[in-house]
Design a protein around this ligand. Structure first.
Ligand code: CLF
Ligand code: SF4
Length: 504
């Protein structure tokens, strides 16, 4: 693993137009230049494959922010990198280092420490860099990651470089100040508050300058954009084109989370969030220009665990203080697990690309016969706790991974959180059960793959036109999904056009 931080500019891929496809899926990771592959192969956000196996945590050390976004209420987590919800504990840098070491000792899959709020990390540079310094000394195997709105980025790039930070996320919602003026009411700039279009213009200039400086130093940049229907939806295609042209590694378009009860300007003004279909359509439109992140969970600024997991309550400071930790043994466990996972993934890739004479069943599933590739795509929901296998009970799943499956591939295109579809209120329907909410969250899917499922949900899913499948428990997700797709094709279910409900 590259802990050297050579500071040399990095070519994102081995070459050619593949540069625009770099990033996340298994085969894409395999095709990256070695220097970049070492940086992303165990980063759960920069590699879709890695997110099944590796965990990250966020240290909430950065309370202040230097801008105001209309989707943010400062009582809540930063929407740059989190879903609304208060940060449980604001940490000092020393506490953050202690907590990170405790998490890394208990969760050997932990490979990244990110600082993503609750305000802006670079508006709190002393606290942010003190945390990174402390951790780099004590756990040099943990990658350091930061997420920022970009206003203070240019003045921090040298410092980021010095601290061997190889991954920076910039939230860029626009490249046009007129669009920006609808998203940012003000920024705090050179000791004064600047408003409206002028504020947006300064922010955009700083973001673009910061992006260019990072790329020039070989730091991988992910751009996050919040999709705000009617405000920047069409405009994000232009954003994607520009940031890719400037060398951003990955683009992550996230849906606006807008609820009146969060007290945000957008929430109170009734600005709606995009539908799953709108998000997918935009991601596909942007994908023509660059690789898109599809597995983001919009996690909290104090998130702990695999993406989608929330293990923060196991690591409150009082619990951390009481832990006795053998740091050397923990480091050895992490390194051993990382080596094992990465070598297994490498072996899997080699099997998949083996010549025809030595094809395994896995290869067959990933390379179906030509005739098999002709059915229509099917959306499948998958209940998984990680490791890229179907290992979660339907009734225990708090989220489902959504795959678009064709004869040629099973592609992760997003996730659906069942919690977001909470009952109560006019829009949700009074008295709606958890099961009904879950089924509503799965609208558009035709199959649910899970390790087990009870008889009542089985019947209700079927009645809703979704086929429950508990037969592939503990199987690799993509392989099982492709097998189910082929069974549907054989049964003559894929000839007709996609059901009307898929467009819901
Ligand atoms: Fe955190 Fe962000 Fe680093 Fe990941 S999150 S600072 S790059 S370690 Fe990841 Fe969470 Fe999405 Fe962010 S899933 S919100 S993209
Ligand atoms: Fe909130 Fe983050 Fe925007 Fe600051 S940058 S206002 S903390 S969402």
């Amino acid at each position: 693993m590259d802990l050297s931080g050579s500071g040399k500019p990095v070519t994102p891929t081995a070459g050619g137009c593949a540069a625009s496809r770099c990033g996340s899926t298994a085969d894409q990771v395999a095709s990256l230049a070695d220097e970049v592959r070492l940086k992303v192969q165990d980063h759960p956000c920069y590699s879709e494959e890695a997110h099944h196996y590796f965990a990250r945590m966020h240290a909430a050390v950065a309370p202040a922010c230097n801008i105001q976004c209309n989707y943010c209420n400062r009582k809540y987590d930063c929407s740059n990198e989190s879903r609304p919800g208060v940060v449980s504990e604001l940490l000092t840098p020393a506490q953050a280092v202690k907590k990170t070491l405790a998490v890394a000792a208990a969760i050997p899959q932990m490979s990244v420490l990110g600082i993503a709020g609750p305000g802006d990390p670079l508006a709190n540079p002393e606290r942010t860099f003190a945390t990174f310094r402390g951790l780099a000394e004590k756990a040099p195997d943990i990658k350091l990651c930061v997420s920022t709105n970009g206003l203070a980025l240019p003045e921090c790039v040298d410092e980021l470089s010095k601290h061997n930070i190889e991954h920076v996320t910039i939230t860029i919602n626009c490249v046009d100040p007129d669009v920006g003026a609808k998203i940012y009411p003000w920024i705090f700039w050179q000791n004064r508050r600047v408003r409206g279009r002028e504020a947006a213009a300064i922010l955009i200039e700083q973001q673009q300058k910061g992006l260019e400086m990072l790329v020039a130093r070989g730091i991988l940049v992910k751009v996050n954009s919040v999709l705000i229907p009617g405000v920047n939806d069409e405009h994000l295609k232009e954003v994607s084109r520009i940031v890719k042209a400037k060398g951003a590694f990955l683009h992550n378009v996230m849906p606006l989370i807008s609820e009146a009860e969060h007290g945000t300007f957008f929430g109170l003004m009734g600005q709606r969030s995009p539908s799953a279909e709108e998000l997918k359509t935009l991601q596909e439109a942007c994908e023509g220009d660059m690789n898109m992140m599809r597995h983001c969970r919009q996690c909290r600024a104090d998130a702990v665990g695999l993406l989608g997991e929330d293990r923060g309550s196991e690591f409150t400071m009082d619990k951390v203080e009481a832990m006795e930790i053998d740091h050397e043994a923990a480091l050895a466990r992490r390194l051993a697990l990382r080596a094992k996972v990465l070598s297994e993934l490498e072996a899997k890739r080699t099997r998949r690309h083996a010549p025809a004479g030595v094809m395994t069943q896995v290869v067959t599933l990933h390379r179906p016969a030509k005739a098999v590739a002709e059915g229509r795509p099917v959306l499948m929901a998958v209940a998984s706790k990680g490791n890229n296998v179907i290992n979660e009970h339907f009734g225990h799943a708090k989220e489902f991974l959504i795959y678009e499956v064709t004869g040629a591939s099973a592609k992760l295109i997003g996730h659906r959180k069942t919690e977001l579809y909470c009952g109560g209120g006019e829009s949700c329907g009074e008295g709606e059960s958890v099961l009904e909410r879950t089924i509503r969250a799965l609208q558009g899917c035709e199959v649910v793959l899970c390790s087990k499922i009870g008889i009542e949900p089985w019947h209700k899913l079927e009645a809703a036109g979704i086929k429950p499948d508990g037969e592939h428990g503990m199987e690799v997700i993509e392989d099982a999904a492709l097998e189910v797709w082929r069974d549907m094709l054989t049964a003559g279910k894929l000839a007709q056009s996609a059901p009307e409900k898929r467009r819901a």
